[in-house]
Design a protein around this ligand. Structure first.
Ligand code: NI
Length: 138
């Protein structure tokens, strides 16, 4: 853990009032915690834009009855096995499967994996949760 530094921030009262409303809505305990989170969010965004090592999760919804879909989802995951840490498959109901793919690697590769999975015919919904390895946001 690095050293804690205090610093003063000047900003318009109206803006600070809005920030305080936001802090309450998001259930932060104080301004420092909220500000830390905002800064980290920006830094994580920069990690993804700059092609750093990142971590994230891809969530897929698909109907496993659709022709070839299981093979295509599996083939794609084998193709990207270097960035996939783990995969969890949940049978939501008779038709729908939820698959969560945890990934870690270069931002571009993780994004490519998400795009490849999303574009498979029969995948109904896919999201990429862009997070961090945690190393650059201590
Ligand atoms: Ni299933």
């Amino acid at each position: 853990m690095s050293e804690l530094v205090r610093f003063g921030v000047s900003l318009e009262k109206a803006l600070l009032d809005r920030f305080d409303v936001l802090i309450r809505e998001k259930q932060y305990t104080n301004r420092s915690e909220a500000l830390r989170d905002l800064i980290r969010r920006e830094l994580v965004q920069k990690e993804w834009q700059g092609g750093s090592d990142v971590a994230g999760a891809i969530t897929l919804i698909y109907d496993h009855h659709k022709r070839d879909i299981l093979r295509m989802v599996t083939d794609t995951q084998h193709e990207f096995q270097q960035v996939i840490i783990s995969t969890q498959h949940i049978h939501l109901d008779h038709h729908n499967c939820l698959e969560i793919v945890a990934a870690r690697g270069k931002a571009g590769e993780v994004r490519k994996l998400a795009d490849a999975l999303r574009s498979i015919k029969g995948v109904r919904h896919a999201t990429l949760s862009m997070s961090s390895t945690g190393r650059e946001i201590e």
